[in-house]
Design a protein around this ligand. Structure first.
Ligand SMILES: Nc1ncnc2c1ncn2[C@@H]1O[C@H](COP(=O)(O)OP(=O)(O)OP(=O)(O)O)[C@@H](O)[C@H]1O
Ligand SMILES: [Mg+2]
Length: 258
């Protein structure tokens, strides 16, 4: 196997609050993510998932342990990473195309070259014809697709997604899952994807990382041995049910069983 894209070893994160107390968010997290792999992360609310993703994205420093991206210690945001958050955070005064172009402007890349790429990505996420619209003219699902195109525009090796489809209705969400799977297969990116939905985690992931309540630890890693591309019919299959039951048993009926 080639060298991992992400190598996390014995990662710890403790927040210091303004009031002076310490909150231990992550405990002894060790995880490798391989090149081109799609990893999903599930765990109870507040267990440290976003904390982990922010550390991987170089937006937050670890307290201890080592975190490497493509063999190098992460010391800050990197060109090699694209991020999609739960809320698409588009700039309301910029058009769809100009929102997608934001990383290009920030990273001072060649605008003409990347404008072509931005248009191609908008086509890839099904938004041809919407380049000159403004965010308020789009539906929630369309806005999330703009955010996805924006995260991919500078051609990162790693895509980090924090509950990107949590606010969407069930049908749009399923359509987005199919679309994301297609984009991932076509682009060959490595993806780390956080979700509260067990079916979504099993449907998208090559592996599902299951975390404990805070301080978040990895309690299990479930390899999902289902073929690709996966389709929505698979959601009702026995094989799929085995995986979701297994993950649900670990998380318990209320999100976590003591
Ligand atoms: N800047 C901060 N300062 C202090 N504590 C924080 C900070 N950010 C997060 N925390 C705490 O760290 C813990 C983990 O937070 P995090 O946002 O990583 O959880 P999460 O698993 O993403 O939760 P959710 O599923 O609700 O999004 C929580 O208890 C949270 O209150
Ligand atoms: Mg979170």
């Amino acid at each position: 196997m080639s060298a991992p894209v992400i190598a996390v070893s014995r990662l710890e994160k403790t927040y210091l609050t303004r009031a002076g107390s310490r909150i231990r968010a992550l405990a002894d997290v060790t995880l490798d993510i391989g090149d081109g792999e799609f990893v999903t992360i599930v765990g109870p609310s507040g267990c440290g998932k976003t904390t982990l993703l922010r550390i991987l994205g170089g937006l937050l420093a670890a307290s201890s342990g080592s975190v490497e991206l493509l063999g190098r210690r992460i010391s800050g945001p990197s060109r090699k990473v694209g991020m999609v958050f739960q809320d698409p955070v588009l700039l309301p005064w910029r058009t769809v195309l100009d929102n997608v172009m934001l990383p290009v402007v920030v990273l001072r890349l060649d605008r003409a070259t990347y404008r072509r790429r931005a248009r191609e990505l908008l086509a890839l996420v099904g938004l041809t014809g919407f380049e000159d619209k403004y965010p308020h003219e789009l539906s929630g699902g369309m806005r999330q697709r703009v955010a996805l195109a924006r995260a991919l525009v500078h051609d990162p090796a790693l895509l980090l997604m924090d509950e990107p489809f949590g606010a969407l209705d069930a049908m749009t969400r399923e359509a987005m899952n199919l679309e994301l799977q297609r984009i991932w297969r076509e682009s060959g990116k490595t993806v780390a994807f956080i979700t509260h939905s067990i079916p979504e985690a099993a449907f998208l992931g090559d592996r599902v990382i299951v975390m404990s309540p805070r301080p978040g630890r990895i309690v299990d890693v479930v390899s999902v041995e289902l073929g690709r591309p996966r389709d929505l019919d698979m959601l009702g299959s026995d094989a799929f049910g085995v995986y979701t039951r297994k993950i649900r048993q670990m998380l318990g009926p209320k999100g976590w069983l003591e």
